[in-house]
Design a protein around this ligand. Structure first.
Ligand SMILES: [Zn+2]
Length: 313
């Protein structure tokens, strides 16, 4: 199957053409998500047409289009159910109708964390395993679960994908979702500045002179910066606690970790594995904690599975 794919992130549109589980052409456009979704649709269409032209393909060679979107999606209608400061106009846009009119193709759309998980399940780190949890460590914390070969969705589409909003610190920091002490509000890039500035060691930290992201936190912690050491250790404990919560909730055989923060996998994975082996209740054996293998392309590769599911509805 050949199809068009897009991962609509808050900062970048990852756009591709996929054939038989492989991205055969791709490009990136700025998301400009604060300006809304409608102005980006012609840009997306242009990018797809350009990629097809380079491949000497036509729209009629494609079976459909798939979109990964950073929100909750209604499975039956394909409509976007909520906005979180990005693409504020998206509740009023029917992407399936747009694709029919503009491309003459069916469109499948799903939450971006679910799409990343489906990609890893079908063609990446989760291949051959039907009991999986994936956590995307990045700007926010994306989560998805597959239980006995079925993607956990729930009646309102929010089961599983709110895993990053499980409470890990009782009475903790207020999250964008409204809850207190979510894993996301305690350890994610979106909240990193708030967390760092609350540290007693912030005033004399070398992090003040650097762009504040986890790569610098890990590097400065290794160099002995007290604020960075505190941030690193706190974040590792938050993510480890979240993994135990998700194992207790969803009974996976494997937990896949992906996202930009996983550039520091050599520090993250051993800490989480040690914590999980010590604290997760799994009398049947050990859960494997493994890195994603598809990276940025996981959500694009998921499109084939999702288009098949959508056409079966
Ligand atoms: Zn939250």
């Amino acid at each position: 199957m050949t199809y068009l794919a897009c991962d609509l992130g808050g900062t970048r549109l990852k756009i591709g053409v996929v054939r038989d589980g492989r991205v055969i052409a791709q490009t990136v456009e700025p998301a400009l998500s604060h300006l809304g979704l409608a102005p980006r649709l012609p840009v997306l269409k242009e990018a797809w047409l350009r990629l097809l032209k380079d491949l000497k393909l036509e729209l009629t060679d494609c079976s459909g289009a798939s979109v990964a979107f950073p929100s909750l999606i209604d499975r039956k209608s394909g409509r976007i159910l909520a906005v979180y400061g990005k693409f504020a106009d998206s509740l009023d846009i029917d992407l399936r109708a747009w694709a029919r009119t503009e491309l003459g193709l069916p469109l499948a759309i799903e939450n971006d964390a679910r799409m990343a998980m489906i990609g890893e399940w079908q063609a990446g780190a989760g291949r051959g395993c039907d009991n999986l949890v994936m956590i995307t460590l990045g700007t926010g914390l994306g989560v998805c679960a597959i239980i006995e070969g079925r993607i956990l969705r729930g009646i309102h589409g929010q089961a599983g994908v709110l895993g990053g909003h499980l409470t890990v610190r009782y009475g903790g920091r207020l999250c964008t979702c409204g809850n207190l002490g979510c894993a996301e509000s305690e350890a994610s890039t979106a909240f990193l500045r708030q967390i760092a500035e609350a540290s007693p060691d912030w005033e004399c930290s070398s992090l003040r002179t650097l762009p504040l992201d986890y790569s610098h936190v890990f590097a400065q912690a290794a160099a002995g910066d007290a604020c960075a050491v505190g941030l690193r250790d706190h974040s590792l404990l938050v993510w480890s606690s979240l993994v135990v919560n998700l194992i207790h909730a969803y009974d996976p055989e494997k937990v896949i970790l992906g996202g930009g923060i996983m550039a520091g996998a050599d520090q993250i994975l051993p800490a989480i594995i040690e914590h999980v082996n010590r604290h997760a209740h799994t009398p049947w054996g050990k859960v494997q904690i493994i890195p994603s293998v598809l990276g940025d392309t996981a959500a694009l590769v998921a499109g084939e599975w999702l288009l098949r599911e959508t056409s079966d509805q």
